[in-house]
Design a protein. Structure first.
Ligand code: ZN
Length: 392
């Protein structure tokens, strides 16, 4: 089965081909073609919020089987180094020396996270006003300025400006965020139409479904977003990735509405490998999360093995709590085994738990690099195992 998605009118194109589907769930392997290379999904995106993925060079990322990265957040890149520097570098790919496919966030997540402090961020119908808590720099982010910034960054996939839905505000807050997000989507599309790519490669635009935990709102949002001419569809909101049972249920509401030739992206999913198996089985293709590198830096290292389930899918089986070991524990001081038996990552091939325990306890910087390499590799390996299983 093959599907093509062209958006010639947007001066951008993203080709999403469905290569094969799993027989008993909604998982699928797709091929996404960008001007910086091909991505095979399911695909996890390591997050480089500030133009770098924590403690990993692009060579480390490739060695850890990364194909696509979330290469920089619009808000953070505006704060520093600013768009003048990115323009001088010739775009983010050159600036950070990542030459593969890249996605950028629109800044919508910061609208959500920083707006809790009214001194830092105020939202109105036009956009969001930020005051950087350290530098005091003022930033006014609107759909048009978010798209303009993402054009300067030059990622292969850019996101419409949205308001991530908070869970605590209930239905009223969900309706507010949904209404604003829909209006901002139209303004994002218009800005995308008006501004040509800056560096000669195409940029695809994704829209974001909001609606919180309310089925009718999610369906309403899906219908609105899908009525627009977009290259891919994201599912956002605070609940996504934070509550996996709710996440899978929300996907089940909107997935039947999404055409098969649209890439599906759950934003902020991937606290560990099992989360990836769960959303892919529900029909999702790509996902990002800061957790693998953040966990690694804090000493929590994924440890388990990939196991086929009775229904022909995969799970991350582990005897460890939450599927990870805490390397600071004294019992690892003399442990001569790798972090995870059978892991093919650079760290596990060359270093012991004992050495990592030593590096962590002594606060030596090499620890973070080796730890991030392992956790990102495990997430990517989970995706590789799913692709192999589906393609058999
Ligand atoms: Zn490893």
């Amino acid at each position: 089965m093959q599907g093509l998605c062209y958006n010639a009118g947007l001066m951008a194109k993203l080709i999403t081909e469905v290569l094969k589907r799993h027989l008993s769930n909604k998982a699928r392997v797709t091929r996404i073609s960008t001007d910086h290379g091909v991505v095979l999904t399911p695909c996890f995106m390591p997050v480089g919020t500030r133009a770098f993925v924590n403690h990993m060079t692009p060579e480390d990322l490739v060695a850890a089987q990364s194909q696509l990265i979330l290469g920089g957040n619009t808000y953070h890149m505006l704060v520093t180094p600013g768009m003048e520097v990115i323009t001088m570098a010739g775009g983010m790919h050159r600036f950070m020396h990542w030459h593969g496919p890249m996605l950028t966030d629109s800044g919508g997540f910061q609208v959500f996270s920083l707006s809790r402090n009214k001194k830092i961020c105020k939202i109105d119908e036009i956009g969001a006003h930020f005051k950087h808590p350290v530098s005091g720099k003022l930033i006014h982010l609107t759909p048009a300025s978010s798209i303009e910034t993402q054009k300067i960054i030059g990622a292969d996939i850019i996101m419409a400006f949205d308001q991530c839905t908070p869970e605590e505000g209930g239905r009223i807050a969900a309706i507010d965020a949904l209404t604003r997000t829909h209006r901002w989507l139209l303004e994002s599309i218009e800005a995308h139409h008006q501004q040509a790519p800056r560096y000669g490669h195409d940029q695809a635009l994704f829209g974001i479904i909001q609606g919180g935990s309310f089925r009718d709102l999610r369906e309403q949002s899906a219908e609105f977003v899908l009525s627009q001419d977009l290259d891919g569809i994201a599912i956002g909101g605070e609940v996504i990735g934070g509550d996996m049972l709710a996440t899978v249920e929300i996907i089940s509401w909107v997935e039947p509405l999404i055409p098969e030739n649209k890439t599906r992206y759950t934003m902020g999913v991937g606290l560990g490998p099992q989360d990836l198996f769960d959303v892919v089985a529900a029909g999702i293709d790509i996902f990002d999360c800061v957790a693998p590198t953040r966990n690694a830096r804090h000493g929590a290292l994924y440890c388990g093995h990939f196991e086929t389930t009775e229904d022909g899918w995969i799970r991350f089986a582990s005897t460890e709590e939450k599927g990870r070991i805490l390397i600071k524990k004294a019992k690892y001081a003399q442990d001569q085994g790798p972090i995870m038996e059978g892991c093919g990552c650079y760290t596990c091939k060359h270093y012991t738990r004992s050495y990592l325990h030593f590096l962590f306890r002594e606060n030596l910087s090499l620890y973070s690099q080796l730890a991030c390499i392992h956790n990102v590799f495990v997430m990517n390996e989970a995706c590789l195992r799913m692709r192999e299983l589906i393609l058999v």
